[in-house]
Write a protein that binds this ligand. Structure first.
Ligand code: R2B
Ligand code: URA
Length: 294
């Protein structure tokens, strides 16, 4: 099987590539450590990704030798929580474009150096719903930036560099199909809008600064909804653009914590939000089980 090359000719010239934020380098035996990885699951919070590691361990029936525990492989680098559970990596990415893009560059190099076969990257996150019931799980079938275009604009060498933000439609459907009739929540396909801010960037009027009107916000949210947008978060365009450019199949599965058509503040209880977060984990867990023929 041929492992796709990364679009960077300079990598071949490096004697040792230091994956600084992961605390690894090509001097480690990355192939021996990570070759069996088939899924890289990532989400904002370190705690949630630790919980997902334990959850997926049970879901795929992965057993550790007696007396051992899952180890945070990211502890040495102090940036991302990073677990490996057999064929699944569960890793945090922090909030926003900058933190996620660092994680993606290094994780993508890691899976390529380890010669992993067709790894799938899945972001499991939280979001603000647009016209949907809080607790709904949205599988993104399109990624839009704050200008409502399906590109992510990188700034490189003083230039704006727009790159297509493309997610795999088939993969999104396959994940959505993991909903069971017996589930007491919806799993929908929808476009996701990702911006590098939670407040003004998402049209909120409850940040420390706001220079637009409540009416302008409402019109913007309605416009997004009419374009098929169903949720707001802070990572999707960069996630879609980088994975697409690196030739990695990817998906985004987010629980909605609020319906932005009803207000800006997140007023749900911690218990409800925790319960809703487990729904996207469950859907992704079923998808992974299915792909592993379990
Ligand atoms: C969803 O939740 C975080 C902001 O609260 C951010 O990382 C995102 O995309
Ligand atoms: N995350 C976001 O980025 N926005 C929301 O409204 C909720 C969670």
């Amino acid at each position: 099987m041929s492992i796709p090359k990364l679009p960077n000719p300079y990598l071949e010239k490096l004697d040792n590539d230091v994956l600084y934020h992961l605390g690894l380098s090509t001097e480690d035996n990355l192939k021996e450590m990570f070759h069996d990885v088939k899924f890289v699951c990532t989400g904002g919070s370190a705690d949630r990704m630790r919980d997902f590691a334990y959850f997926i361990k049970e879901k795929i029936g992965y057993s550790l030798p007696v007396g051992s525990e899952l180890t945070d492989l990211g502890a040495k680098a102090h940036r991302f929580a990073f677990y490996k559970v057999g064929p699944v990596i569960s890793v945090s990415h922090g909030m926003g474009f900058g933190s996620l893009s660092i994680l993606l560059h290094e994780m993508i190099k890691l899976v390529r150096y380890a010669e992993c076969e067709d790894p799938i990257f899945i972001r499991i996150g939280t979001s603000g719903g647009i016209g949907i019931k809080p607790g709904t799980v949205v599988v993104s079938d399109g990624a839009l930036n704050g200008m409502l275009q399906n590109v992510h604009e990188f700034i490189i060498l003083g230039q704006r560099v727009p790159r297509p933000a493309i997610l795999n439609g088939e993969l999104a459907k396959e994940i959505q199909n993991c909903r069971l009739e017996s589930d007491d929540f919806d799993v929908i396909l929808g476009k996701t809008v990702g911006v590098d801010d939670f407040y003004e960037g998402q049209g909120r009027i409850d940040g420390a600064i706001c220079k637009h009107t409540a009416q302008a916000k409402d019109e913007f949210l309605k416009k997004i909804h009419s374009l098929g947008g169903r949720n707001f978060e802070m990572e999707c365009p960069v996630f879609a653009a980088i994975t697409h450019m690196a030739g990695i199949k990817s998906a985004i599965v987010c629980t909605a914590l609020v319906n932005r058509l009803n207000g800006d503040q997140i007023t749900s209880t911690r218990e409800d939000m925790h319960k809703w977060g487990l729904r996207s984990q469950e859907i992704v867990g079923r998808f992974i089980q299915k792909k592993l023929n379990l």
